[in-house]
Design a protein around this ligand. Structure first.
Ligand code: ADP
Ligand code: MG
Length: 484
């Protein structure tokens, strides 16, 4: 049974809608804020009353240019708007203003990491600007559907991929990268649970080696990246099983049922909307000239891929560390700042991905709210590297105290807690001599070639010094005395 799946290859293209974090709506000055009282941010422009005129919100165009530059797209100069017409209760105007034949971005790609460690570029077909519809709520009132028009007119970018994705896991990786990029650019919060990032998955299957793609279905209503992956897995199996029993795949729009992990038909092809696109008569084309693009380019933050490359190539960190450090922008920025203040990048990375992340998890805090400045962590790293305190004392005693009193100096804390290691050789020598004197027979064993007893002497030295002996120096001294 399972080997029927081996005969087929899935083909997937994703359409992502990203709700932009602008202050006002796409074509009116209504607030675009999420979470207000229902139907309070709704002017006559949003409602499309006769005689009202939309106006383009330039920061929507800014956001689109940013994303386009980040993906290596070509940015279109002359941007025309179009009306996409359909009737629905949450669409008061009866149309959405969108871009049809002149999307602001074409080409470009998003790089994903595959499980085998290789990378793959998923090509972008287009990115265009449009507006959201209102929100219909079918499950709040037992009898009626409620409509909140606050969302009507909120700006969206739609990012359409080429059908380059081949597995549910690749789709997962792609969406993770898209979300990371949106968050780094600070143009969308990427929250799929709240619907500020949404994804429609187009899925088809064909026999391996076939030239022509199979009929695709479009699946909607997945509220997490994980659910997109589940929906795709289900669809691939469903389509293969259908084809195997001689059925053909009809080009339907399906909805994902998260409870069962299945999909069901929402609209068949025959019921598909005819949107009757035509040029938006109320908006002149927006001209994006070179200067506008360069202005945006100048404000572009470092992108996750660039930082990842810097952390691996320049700092010699491994792939895993670099990925953890660049997963979120605030973490990457914190580490980047830290990397200016210390040259011990591996240790800096360990502090950020280890002690600091655990602290944040424990207190359910975000990196942005972490109270300790990178300079203090750099000092902590320096006093460990100088042999002033041990790493375990730094981690167990100094770090928690530093988190509680972020303005204190790590060295001061170490002194207060009496953690400064003894590197005075006279003092060290006393402890080493005392330790050797305790076990004269073990000294002989060592000299006869049983090097393993070194640990015993080190243990005694640390005990005698109450943990304050600098282990590196003590180790050297113990060897010298044993061998000399
Ligand atoms: P529509 O506007 O009807 O949704 P598009 O041509 O814009 O159609 O395609 C939407 C998405 O479907 C794109 O992401 C594209 O890559 C994907 N797609 C197109 N053909 C296939 C196919 N045969 N299998 C899977 N995905 C496909
Ligand atoms: Mg579509």
């Amino acid at each position: 049974m399972s080997d029927i799946f081996e005969k087929y290859q899935a083909v997937i293209g994703l359409e992502v809608h990203a709700q932009l974090l602008t202050k006002s709506k796409a074509y009116s000055s209504d607030s675009a804020e999420f979470g207000g009282m229902p139907n309070t941010n709704v002017s006559v422009i949003t409602l499309g009353h006769p005689g009202t005129l939309p106006r383009v919100n330039r920061s929507v165009v800014d956001s689109a240019i940013k994303l386009g530059l980040a993906c290596g797209c070509t940015i279109r100069e002359r941007n025309e708007y179009a009306r996409k017409n359909y009737f629905y209760a949450d669409l008061p105007k009866g149309y959405q203003i969108t871009q049809d034949t002149t999307p602001i971005c074409n080409g470009g790609s998003i790089r994903i990491k595959l499980e085998n460690g290789e990378t793959k570029d998923i090509r972008i077909t287009r990115i265009h600007m449009e507006e959201d519809a209102g929100k219909s709520m079918h499950d709040v009132d037992p009898f009626d559907t409620l409509v909140d028009l606050n969302r009507a007119g909120v700006p969206l970018l739609e990012i359409v991929s080429e059908p380059d994705i081949r597995t549910a896991e690749e789709a997962y990786a792609y969406l993770t990268e898209v979300r990371k990029l949106l968050r780094y650019l600070e143009i969308c919060d990427g929250n799929m649970e709240e619907g500020s990032m949404r994804c429609d998955a187009n899925i088809s299957v064909m026999l391996k080696g076939a030239k022509k793609f199979g009929n695709r279905v479009e699946v909607k209503n997945m509220n997490s990246i994980r659910n997109v992956q589940r929906a795709i897995r289900f669809e691939i199996e469903r389509q293969i099983q259908a084809i195997e029993v001689g059925e053909s795949i009809s080009q339907d729009t399906r909805s994902f049922d998260a409870l069962n992990g299945t999909t069901f038909v929402m609209r068949s092809k025959e019921m598909a909307n005819d949107y009757r696109y035509f040029p938006e008569p109320d908006l002149p084309p927006v001209i994006v000239d070179k200067q506008w693009i360069e202005e945006i380019r100048a404000t572009m933050p470092a992108l996750p891929n660039e930082l990842h490359e810097k952390f691996t190539k320049d700092f010699g960190l491994n792939e895993y560390d670099a990925s953890v450090l660049t997963d979120s922008k605030p973490v990457a920025l914190y580490f980047n700042e830290l990397s200016i203040l210390t040259k011990n990048y591996k240790s800096a990375s360990n502090w950020v991905t280890g002690d600091i992340k655990s602290y944040l998890n424990e207190y359910a805090m975000h990196m942005e709210d972490f109270p300790v400045k990178p300079a203090a962590i750099a000092e902590l790293i320096a006093i460990i590297d100088d042999g002033k305190i041990s790493h375990s004392a730094a981690s167990q005693k100094v770090f928690p105290e530093l988190c509680a009193h972020p303005t204190k100096s790590p060295l001061k804390i170490a002194e207060e807690f009496d953690l400064i290691q003894e590197s005075n050789t006279d003092q060290l020598e006393e402890w080493v001599d005392a330790a050797l004197a305790m076990y004269p027979d073990k000294v002989e064993e060592y000299r006869a070639g049983k090097k393993g007893v070194l640990g015993l002497f080190m243990g005694e030295v640390m005990k005698l010094s109450k943990g304050k002996a600098d282990p590196k120096l003590a180790n050297q001294l113990v060897r010298q005395k044993l061998e000399g």
